[in-house]
Design a protein around this ligand. Sequence first.
Ligand SMILES: *Cc1c(COP(=O)(O)O)cnc(C)c1O
Length: 420
Amino acid sequence: MTKTPFVSLEKLKEIEGRIPTPFYLYDEKGIRENVRKIKKAFSWNPGYREYFAVKATPNPTLLQILKEEGCGADCSSLTELMLSDAVGLRDGEIMFSSNDTPDEDFLLAAKLGATINLDDFTHIEILDRLAGIPETISCRYNPGGVFKASNAIMDNPGESKYGFTRTQMTEGFQKLQKLGAKNFGIHSFLASNTTGNEYYPALAGVLFQLAVDLHRETGAHISFINLSGGVGVAYRPGQTPPDILKIGREVKKVYDEILVPAGMGDVALYTEMGRFLLGPYGILVAKAIREKHIYKEYIGLDACAANLMRPAMYGAYHHITVMGKENAPCDHKYDVTGGLCENNDKFAIDRMLPKIDMGDLLVLHDAGAHGHSMGYNYNGKLRSAEVLLHEDGSFDLIRRAETPADYFATLDFPGLPKNP
Ligand SMILES: *Cc1c(COP(=O)(O)O)cnc(C)c1O
């Protein structure tokens, strides 16, 4: 079982000639095809829109591509709102799904005309005081307890910090109605990185029934239901990726069962996918620069957990291809590491790989979402560049690598470099 990178060794060498490793590389063709497939899956719903979760990959060039394909942006912070504004997303094209929200974030969201998805009952008064309650508003729902799909426990909403309780949903809608809200949305995010096809349909069942009940209780007009993110990526070779077309069909069944008979067949569906949309279409490209032979065999890369944190943080699996050795036997067992002074800085532990030589280029797969964006500067390590590979084989630097001067930019101290 293996995974094939979307780029050849020759192309990587050409890119590396201009942009030194480590860098992230994104596949424009794959991204555009995937968005089109997602839109097709939900094309039965006339108001459908995907709001890309900006936090997954906050690069304006990528947001621009997604905008061209008809996506909006899902933001949860001031700077994510600023990015969405910069690419020209406006009004209904921005969803603001934040939590623990500072005043200035609410103010900017209101100014941009973003659709605000309130995380908490207490935020109603805060938003009213800051900017007034808009005509269209959304509330994030937390059902509590455990969330099951086909009898398997998917996650534990009772332990999650997000959303309104069931009672607060009713009270919140009533309060918002008094304050002038006319069109309501319902949002929930109950499980992350789900690789089966049952998560969205199960969530839809919960939210559609909630919409019918809230409409009956309060008379509120529900104009959209936001299934948010949570559709996963097949990080391991041999794992079956979610079938988005099937997921779309299954959600439609639930829609026809619950919403249509209630006379609510005009409700728009929204999604806020991050991982599923971009995950497989980005890779981290790094070079083997050191090897050591102690109690185990180690390969040291020029990238570290500061460039891709998921393995260190969650023990997440990212498949590795040693470029040019795709057909060589995987007869060497390595720990593949970065250079942080932290022993969890390992991209792979006891991974069977072909023999790695110094200078080999390694591809870490499925890093297109929650990859570069989770980068940090521990140990004074610098964040890597981001490169976009176009369909015709040309490529553009869409974010340069950080320099020491970037790292020191918030200090004013003699002897440290400054950017010109
Ligand atoms: C993180 C997040 C998403 C995207 O989640 P994925 O797992 O990347 O699909 C969507 N909506 C909200 C509110 C989020 O916080």
